[in-house]
Design a protein around this ligand. Structure first.
Ligand SMILES: *Cc1c(COP(=O)(O)O)cnc(C)c1O
Length: 395
């Protein structure tokens, strides 16, 4: 957050944009253009040489996209943000920029399925190996560090097991060994958790989720130190080219204005649903970092404002029972993605995390009985009514 605004709620609305610079337009204009004209050939040459500030081509920079980049950077307390066409475009651009062939990555055990896919591809193509480690214990991490370890890649809370990792602990180890720390902050957003403030090098986001919040856009963002982000901008962002369109950037900026309101409601609802699920005989276990009984609760309190809006739970039964339960729901939608106003439910083992081999999935705690619930901002009583009627066949 810029020192201009003491409170996140204000920063979320005002950071990154000054209406005075754009004819007093309250909401940012959408600069729907592919390219930018130069006054003279010399000016074009100066822009390409980096001797003169200014836009050249929308794959390199665009004023609407920049508003989003500046807003997110300010909120994360990072020096510079970069917007991408998706969360995966952001994650791949960052990880490919930070590594070279034969490097090594240490990753939290349990992570977004496509990130697992990306890391597997980097291993196959460039021998960049990844160890998946239970990061709750320092010793587990220390044991796996090699001279070629370049990056710690962390999701916290972990998708979909909702385990919480102590960022301070992991960052301290990384600093000792001169290793980059990249944190996927999708589930928390800067409203709940700011890893850069704790010493992380880069945060990445699927802005598709809570940041935009309305299920109408696919977008990604990364933020970090100026020099590091400029390096990513000039290489894997510019030359792989997974950049965000101006209209989609505008949608994310619009969504972010209400993020604090939405996130508070998501978290309040998630806590209510957790309490109800915990009392249900058909439920084996509920995983929600905001639950005072959760093992990660003290760490959540240390580094997050609340437990957020996503939880998971294990039902009594396997894949068949899980599918029957989902099919019995009435208004809750079966869909991947999360952080939308609508409550969304999915079965990680056969959906978002199906690409992870069975054995690895078991190790990560992604069993066939696990269900992920992105609690929306409807009345929690309605959400619970639908869940409980669909759970009736479970004992
Ligand atoms: C959805 C998600 C991603 C991928 O983002 P896309 O915008 O779908 O590319 C990455 N990390 C986490 C934690 C996610 O939930």
């Amino acid at each position: 957050m810029d020192k201009k605004f003491k409170h996140m709620e204000t920063a979320m609305i005002h950071e990154g944009y000054d209406s005075k610079e754009l004819l007093g337009s309250l909401t940012p204009p959408i600069f729907q253009t592919s390219t930018f004209t130069f006054d003279t050939a010399e000016q074009g040459a100066a822009r390409f040489a980096g001797e003169e500030e200014g836009h050249v081509y929308t794959r390199v920079s665009n004023p609407t996209v920049q508003i989003l980049e500046q807003k997110l950077a300010a909120l994360e307390k990072a020096e510079k943000g970069l917007a991408f066409a998706s969360g995966m475009a952001a994650i791949s651009a960052v990880l490919i920029a930070l590594t070279k062939a034969n490097d090594h990555i240490i990753c939290s055990s349990g992570l977004y399925g496509c990130t697992f896919g990306l890391l597997s591809m980097m291993d196959e193509k460039y021998n960049i190996q990844t160890d998946y480690v239970d990061m709750t214990e320092a010793q587990n991490i220390e044991e796996k560090i090699r001279p070629e370890t370049k990056v710690f890649y962390i999701e916290t809370p972990i998708n979909p097991t909702m385990e919480v990792i102590d960022l301070e602990l992991v960052i301290t180890i990384a600093k000792k060994h001169d290793i980059y720390v990249v944190v996927d902050n999708t589930f928390s957003t800067p409203y709940l958790q700011r890893p850069i403030e704790l010493g992380a090098d880069v945060v990445v986001h699927s802005a598709t989720k809570y940041l935009s919040g309305h299920g109408d856009v696919i977008a990604g963002i990364a933020a970090g130190r100026k020099k590091l982000m400029e390096q990513i901008a000039a290489t894997t962002q510019k030359d792989i080219g997974g950049v965000l369109s101006p209209f989609d950037a505008w949608l994310v900026v619009r969504g972010m204005k209400t993020l604090p309101l939405r996130m508070d409601k998501h978290a309040e609802n998630a806590l209510q649903i957790t309490e109800k699920l915990k009392q249900h005989p058909g439920i084996k276990h509920v995983f929600y970092p905001g639950d005072p009984d959760a093992s990660g609760y003290p760490i959540m309190r240390k580094q997050m404002k609340s437990g957020g809006g996503t939880l998971s739970f294990e039902i009594n039964g396997g894949k068949e029972e899980a599918q029957a339960f989902l099919n019995n729901l009435q208004f809750i939608h079966i869909a991947v993605s999360l952080g939308d106003t609508e409550t969304l439910i999915q079965h990680p083992a056969t959906m978002t995390h199906a690409v992870i081999p069975y054995e690895e999935r078991q190790r990560m705690g992604i069993t066939d009985s696990l269900i992920r619930l992105s609690v929306g901002i409807e009345a929690w009583q309605d959400i619970w009514e639908d869940l409980s009627q669909a759970l009736k066949h479970l004992k």
